[in-house]
Write a protein that binds this ligand. Structure first.
Ligand code: HEC
Ligand code: HEC
Length: 255
């Protein structure tokens, strides 16, 4: 794929040459000088202008096959986007387009999007409610596990709320909130209600060192958060997070 060949060059050059290979998508042609604006969206501190949810609804038709009409995907290998923060969605679409989050499917769907499209799609999904998931309360059966007999979600809940200081694992709620709603903005995604299969896949990839974004725009924190997690803890966290919708929104901040 051509973007791989130019990955080693500086970010600005990369963006410019990646865009030069784009077949000039109709949507972005009208809007704005898309290359610079899309690159700006990869900044986790960017304060992007709000998108238009109604415009985003039309642009999301092509996404529905995998992510569902309202962002609640039926197939657990595709993440739910409903209720996700607008700026996080816009940032990750920009990262896919730039090849700074590598996924062949999403590269294809992000390649033709302008920065305005990304914001509008973000606004559309952010306006939708996450459909509830269910946490697994089956007891852990593995006799070799230190958690044998405890329900899966409970092991996840303990780590989510308290971390494990002795092993250098921070409490997830510090950044993702007590009810898993994250912090509005591009950086801290909402997790609540997400398919456990997708969450577990992400946690294994972070544990393996996956980082999204490059240079100053990189978000390396999850690679260190996940470094010490066992497979069992990843499954437990993922199922607890899928069930998190039911948790009351306690914090004053509303997360
Ligand atoms: C053919 C299936 C498919 C279609 C169609 C599709 N996606 Fe995706 N999308 C995926 C997959 C698979 C992932 C997970 C990528 C990964 O594992 O890193 C994903 C991930 C995402 C993410 C990251 C979510 C997160 O929580 O980090 C966003 C945002 C997203 N897609 C938006 C869109 C938008 C907007 C469209 C339409 C323009 C779209 N997708 C169309 C399959 C699809
Ligand atoms: C210090 C802040 C911080 C802590 C603590 C933290 N996270 Fe994260 N998390 C982030 C950031 C930042 C991202 C976005 C990374 C990116 O853009 O790739 C993220 C992303 C994620 C994602 C991907 C969401 C998606 O939609 O793709 C999952 C899953 C996740 N975190 C789970 C956890 C779990 C489980 C814990 C506790 C063990 C945890 N996080 C602790 C900051 C944090």
């Amino acid at each position: 794929m051509s973007f791989r060949l130019v990955r080693a060059v500086p970010a600005l050059l990369l963006t410019a040459s990646a865009f030069a290979q784009d077949p000039a998508p109709e949507v972005s042609a009208v809007a704005e000088p898309a290359p610079a604006a899309v690159a700006e969206l990869t900044d986790p501190h960017a304060q992007a202008a709000p998108g238009d949810a109604a415009a985003g609804a039309n642009k999301a038709a092509v996404c529905a096959a995998c992510h569902g009409m309202d962002g609640n995907s039926a197939d657990p290998q595709y993440p739910k986007l409903a209720g996700q923060h607008e700026a996080y969605i816009a940032r990750h679409l920009a990262l896919f387009k730039a090849g700074e989050r590598v996924n062949a499917i999403m590269l294809g769907f992000a390649a033709g999007l302008s920065a305005q499209d990304m914001r509008d799609l973000g606004a559309f999904y952010a306006s939708k409610a996450t459909l509830p998931g269910t946490a697994d309360d089956a007891p852990i059966a593995d006799p070799a596990s230190p958690n044998v007999g405890k329900p899966f979600y409970e092991v996840g809940q303990t780590l989510y709320r308290g971390g494990d200081a002795a092993r250098g694992i921070p409490a997830c709620l510090a950044c993702h909130g007590p009810a898993g709603h994250g912090i509005p903005g591009p950086s801290y995604p909402s997790l609540a209600g997400q398919h456990a299969q997708y969450t577990a896949d992400m946690l294994r990839r972070y544990r393996g060192g996956e980082v999204h974004g490059r240079g100053d725009n990189a978000s390396p924190i999850m690679a260190s958060v996940a470094a010490q997690l066992t497979d069992e803890e990843i499954e437990a966290l993922a199922t607890f997070i899928e069930g998190l919708h039911a948790a009351p929104a306690t914090a004053a901040a509303g997360n």
